[in-house]
Design a protein around this ligand. Structure first.
Ligand code: HEC
Length: 143
């Protein structure tokens, strides 16, 4: 029969290094059996992380940061849109003023601004998750 046991090709050092700890665990298992279980487990974990990520990211804005964002809406946005968001240099930002826009459009407006108007882009100061939080806050979808 000779040496080369079916499927037990031993991984090269480069392969082990490229794959890191998971790869070593994975490649050292015999074909079939535990190796396949491990593959399933790893794939499952990756898939659930990818699916949960956007929601988790929006929910992960800390209470402290949320307080800062509320302040920012009052002070910074308020300097143009009015402290009570009734409008000023900027259009009113009350809930009823924003129903004509999708949440996505509000997020884009916050991040990119409105070129050719005084509405500045905020993407240098806010992440997309934070802009989404502000949009939800303005649109009355948060407490
Ligand atoms: C320097 C003044 C200024 C500041 C500061 C400012 N805006 Fe604006 N914003 C405007 C103006 C002017 C418009 C109207 C643009 C147009 O004519 O389409 C506007 C439009 C908007 C709109 C679209 C409203 C609509 O009905 O189409 C949103 C949403 C908005 N701003 C959110 C914000 C938020 C949130 C902040 C703070 C993070 C902010 N703005 C800060 C001037 C400002």
């Amino acid at each position: 029969m000779g040496g080369g046991g079916r499927g037990l090709r031993s991984p090269s050092l480069a392969q082990r290094q490229a794959l890191g700890a998971w790869g070593v665990l994975f490649l050292d298992q015999p074909v079939g059996g535990p190796r396949m279980h491990l593959l399933g487990a790893v794939t499952g974990a990756v898939v659930s992380v990818l699916v949960a990520w956007p929601l988790a990211a929006a929910a992960e804005i800390s209470p402290g940061r949320q307080a800062k964002l509320r302040d920012m809406v009052d002070q910074d946005c308020g300097s143009c849109h009015g402290m009570t968001r009734q409008g000023g240099l900027g259009s009113p930002l009350l809930q009823e003023d924003l129903v004509k826009l999708s949440a996505e459009a509000v997020v884009e407006t916050i991040l990119e601004g409105r070129p050719g108007t005084p509405m500045p882009p905020w993407k240098f100061m806010l992440s997309r998750e934070e802009a989404a939080w502000i949009a939800a806050y303005l649109m009355g979808e948060l407490k």
